[in-house]
Design a protein around this ligand. Structure first.
Ligand SMILES: C[S@@+](CC[C@H](N)C(=O)[O-])C[C@H]1O[C@@H](n2cnc3c(N)ncnc32)[C@H](O)[C@@H]1O
Length: 202
């Protein structure tokens, strides 16, 4: 069984992650937040996979998660980022209304400093974020366009990507110039979290 030490978080934070995981399992049969297969390894497949992004983020005030779906990584990083001493804001952008209802329920029940924008990423006015994240949303080239729109100058994008991340990186460089550190994923040795800065269209 997973302990709070495995994620290096306080007991209170761990309890919120557990409460979130219970909510995901409760809502999934109705609105398919995660695949049936991955319900059994919700912790490693989704919670730990999302939590690793938080540890890679530079200091921030505003974190925008695009295409949050069932709250990965948006709700997980919101839970990890609750700190009374630092005023942080988490914004989750999701176009599916039922998923937005779920995300708002999670935010309310877990008492998080987060809000949901239920609209298409392309239609939301620029959000001037310090951090933009997106998981399982689109190809890297598309994500870079979203990040360019919603990051403030000097901001950082964090994109977890599967085994084909280097092919996506190569393709994206025909359209974009950017600085990218590929950090091996904690949940799969072939996968990586791409930490990207200085995005410009070529
Ligand atoms: C495959 S799911 C991934 C969800 C979550 N990030 C995860 O890793 O489990 C992609 C999500 O992005 C949302 N989405 C796709 N295109 C979008 C857009 N243009 N604007 C806002 N949300 C979008 C979908 O509704 C869906 O919930």
């Amino acid at each position: 069984m997973m302990q709070s030490d495995d994620l290096n978080v306080s007991r209170e934070t761990f309890a919120k992650l557990e409460a979130f995981s219970d909510l995901v399992l409760k809502w999934t049969p109705k609105i398919n937040l995660i695949s049936k297969q991955s319900m059994q390894d919700l912790w490693s497949r989704h919670i730990v996979d999302s939590a690793q992004l938080y540890d890679l983020a530079p200091p921030f005030k505003r974190w925008v998660d695009l295409g949050s779906g069932g709250g990965f990584p948006g709700i997980v990083v919101s839970i990890l980022g609750q700190d009374d001493r630092i005023k942080r804001e988490f914004i989750l952008v999701e176009s599916d209304q039922r998923k937005c209802a779920f995300l708002r329920t999670a935010i309310r029940e877990l008492n998080l400093q987060a809000r949901v924008i239920s609209d298409r990423i392309e239609d939301v006015p620029p959000l001037a974020a310090d951090i933009v994240s997106a998981r399982a949303l689109a190809d890297l080239s598309v994500l870079l366009g979203f990040a360019e729109r919603h990051l403030k100058p000097g901001g950082t994008a964090l994109f977890p990507k599967g085994a084909k991340w280097s092919t996506e990186d190569e393709a994206a460089r025909t359209e974009w110039s950017y600085h990218c550190d590929a950090i091996t994923s904690k949940t799969s040795p072939d996968a990586a979290v791409l930490k990207i800065k200085d995005i410009k269209r070529v």
